[in-house]
Design a binder for this molecule. Structure first.
Ligand code: PBG
Length: 333
């Protein structure tokens, strides 16, 4: 054939493929989520998230040290609160000595250079597992009352030494309220990573087991549709991100990541801020489950899933695969 253009010329060997590769992962892009529990017992493995465990504070520090030595830049911390401390309003969220605040202080004392991110939402603390305060009708999640608590919670986390607070609750106006409260208390250097487009997704199931919000609610299928976004909506994500940016977000996040690549791209094109994406527990579980059956290659699928999120436009990726990626000498960064 007489073809002036033969795109396969640029695919013929690995040197050419490397030279022409458009997207790369960097170690620095990955953020490892970790689960912390109280007490001093052994790690509790999370069955639906192979390789992940709830760690006591001492083990958490050991894990964080190891990850930092491997080149990890940041971790996102999730507390697994003792069910006895949970109540309908999530009061424990404001305890300055709660598990999250203790873990942050301990980590910062040992590893001042490891960037620490903490979620701001009430679900680890509420007996019903919702991210906000449940109204008296037992249905409505009260927006403004919740925002007030979240702003104070963010201050406690900042006072404990967290670098970034990450509101993950999807209440309206929370980014602005948190920014104002942080500034009022002198925490002008604490950044806000806003979960701007967080969808009411079925992919959070394993996480809800891990932090115990499913157990409190009695179901994985906890319905958060009155505050998390409808998976069918795309324009609305752009609006949510714009509002968070106006209110003072330093970076915006899309969650889940893999099934929402179009949203990552849309938001990437709308802002000059860093864009983060959260490859959630269900995305991680799915790949592991298929690999255990021998149906998918674990490492190749893992690498491709992360590269796709990068290609869609994410600068930062929260992923439970971070540790495995950093530990694997065969990963091509
Ligand atoms: C809760 C929160 C959730 C996740 C992070 N923060 C779950 C939820 O909204 O129920 C999910 C993370 C994951 O699935 O890995 N504020």
């Amino acid at each position: 054939m007489n073809l002036p253009r033969r795109p396969r010329r640029l695919r013929q060997n690995s040197a050419i493929r490397k030279l022409t590769q458009e997207t790369w992962l960097r170690k620095e892009d990955l953020i490892q989520p970790l689960f912390v529990k109280g007490g001093s017992e052994e790690p509790t493995p999370i069955p639906s998230m192979p390789g992940m465990s709830r760690l006591n504070i001492e083990d958490l520090i050991e894990k964080a040290k190891k990850l930092h030595e491997l080149g990890l830049t940041a971790i996102a911390l999730f507390p697994c609160t003792d069910p006895e401390l949970k109540d309908p309003t999530g009061r424990e969220a404001l305890n300055v000595d709660n598990l999250a605040c203790q873990a942050i202080r301990a980590l910062k004392a040992e590893l001042p250079d490891l960037l620490l991110i903490a979620d701001v939402a009430l679900d680890p603390y509420t007996s019903h597992g919702h991210d906000g305060i449940l109204g008296e009708d037992g249905k409505n999640i009260l927006n403004d009352e919740t925002v007030e608590v979240l702003a104070n919670m963010a201050c406690n986390l900042a006072a404990s030494g967290v670098d970034w607070v990450a509101p993950s609750d999807m209440m309206d106006g929370r980014v602005g309220a948190i920014r104002e409260r942080l500034d009022d208390h002198g925490f002008t250097e604490t950044s806000i990573l806003a979960y701007s487009a967080k969808y009411a997704s079925a992919y959070y199931g394993p996480f809800r087991d891990a932090v115990g919000s499913a157990q409190s609610a009695g179901t994985h299928a906890l319905d958060k549709k009155t505050y998390q976004m409808n998976p069918a909506n795309r324009r609305e994500a752009v609006l949510e991100a714009a509002l968070d940016i106006e209110e003072g977000a330093d970076a915006v996040m899309i969650k889940p990541a893999g099934p929402y690549l179009d949203i990552i791209r849309d938001i990437r094109e709308q802002t000059t801020l860093p864009v983060a994406a959260y490859q959630v527990s269900g995305e991680y579980a799915q790949i592991h489950a298929a690999a255990e059956q021998g149906w998918l290659d674990l490492e190749k699928t893992r690498d491709e899933s992360l590269l796709a999120i990068r290609r869609a436009g994410a600068d930062l990726i929260l992923s439970y695969f971070a540790e495995a990626m950093l530990s694997d000498p065969d990963v091509r960064w």
